[in-house]
Design a protein around this ligand. Structure first.
Ligand code: ARG
Length: 311
């Protein structure tokens, strides 16, 4: 029997548009409907509760973007690397999330001082491997890639993000189960696009069109064979179907006003480390750029403290 997916959410109790740090917030300043946002979030939680075990990070007053748990940090086995945010508006968040992860028994590993890195919003593991794809430019810094490779002992592939509307990697890039990828090519520079093409075989690499990308189609949560997102068009759904994946659509346009959608509102807590993947990882197509030098983490796969939330 496979273990159920573990997902961290944070209730939108203090979610708001009270500052501007991305083009979406600029365009929608003053236009948020908080009660509609709360309804959309509850619907997302209901959908996820059928597929995964859910955990809740308590909301913090005065931190409206804390709801986007993808940005809390990066999980790898029982290791947690806290984020360090670019903008002052979000810099108080890690103190709270770090404490939660410590309480849950995670080992905290910290990046070198001053290095900017916005967590799983900018760092996504390819399915069934320990290859980490890391977006840099608008938020995380390129130097975070070798730092993460050293800290976690994994291969890190940096990708340059060039469109300010797609300022986090998870807005335009979503690794799919069994080595697939859903992505928006124009969000990357030419060199990064080539490396993506070399790593993901054409029949498993699904490019979305701009209209879909702008509805956050790539900001998808994958649980087993289900892809949960807003904005996936029928043609993309059909292509996902050919890969054996079902689409579950969720309406999250209130969160899109802040520059986020389904994936940003979640953080997977059960990310297999190298120990768990040993001997079963898929063979890879491309060579690493930021190869690992550090030792394998000793992350034991302990179950999370029982703290799952009900529907
Ligand atoms: N307003 C938030 C910000 O600009 C949205 C974060 C979305 N998160 C994500 N993982 N893409 O930081």
């Amino acid at each position: 029997m496979t273990q159920s997916a573990q997902i961290l959410l944070c209730p939108p109790r203090y979610f708001d548009l009270s500052y501007v740090i991305n083009p979406w917030m600029q365009a929608n300043f003053g236009a948020l409907d908080p009660s509609r946002a709360a309804r959309q979030w509850r619907a997302l939680r209901r959908s996820l509760a059928d597929l995964a075990e859910l955990h809740e990070l308590p909301a913090v007053a005065g931190l409206p973007d804390y709801v986007f748990t993808a940005n809390a940090g990066l999980v790898f086995g029982k290791v947690f690397v806290p984020s360090r945010f670019r903008h002052a508006e979000r810099q108080a968040e890690p103190e709270f999330s770090r404490a939660w992860f410590r309480e849950q028994g995670f080992e905290i590993r910290t990046l070198p001082p001053k290095l900017i890195f916005e967590g799983a919003g900018d760092a996504l593991f390819e399915s069934e491997t320990t290859r980490l794809w890391m977006g840099y430019g608008p938020r995380s810094e390129a130097a975070a890639a070798p730092a993460l490779a050293r800290l976690l002992g994994v291969e890190v592939e940096p990708l340059q993000l060039v469109d300010p509307r797609f300022y986090h990697l998870d807005t335009c890039f979503c690794p799919l189960p069994r080595g697939g990828l859903l992505y928006f090519p124009a969000a990357f520079d030419a060199e990064s696009r080539l490396r993506i093409q070399a790593a993901f075989p054409a029949d498993r690499r699904i490019a979305v069109v701009e209209a879909e990308a702008l509805r956050f189609a790539c900001n998808a949560i994958c649980v087993d064979n289900t892809v949960i997102a807003d904005g996936i068009a029928d043609a993309t759904e059909a292509r996902l179907g050919h890969l054996g994946l079902d689409v579950l659509r969720v309406e999250l346009d209130e969160f899109q006003k802040s520059g986020g959608s389904a994936k940003c509102l979640t953080l997977r807590l059960d990310v297999p480390s190298r120990n768990v993947l040993n001997g079963q990882a898929r063979p890879r197509a491309a060579q690493s750029r930021a190869a690992s030098q550090a030792s394998t983490p000793s992350a034991a796969q302990r179950p999370l403290a029982k703290q799952a939330v009900s529907r």
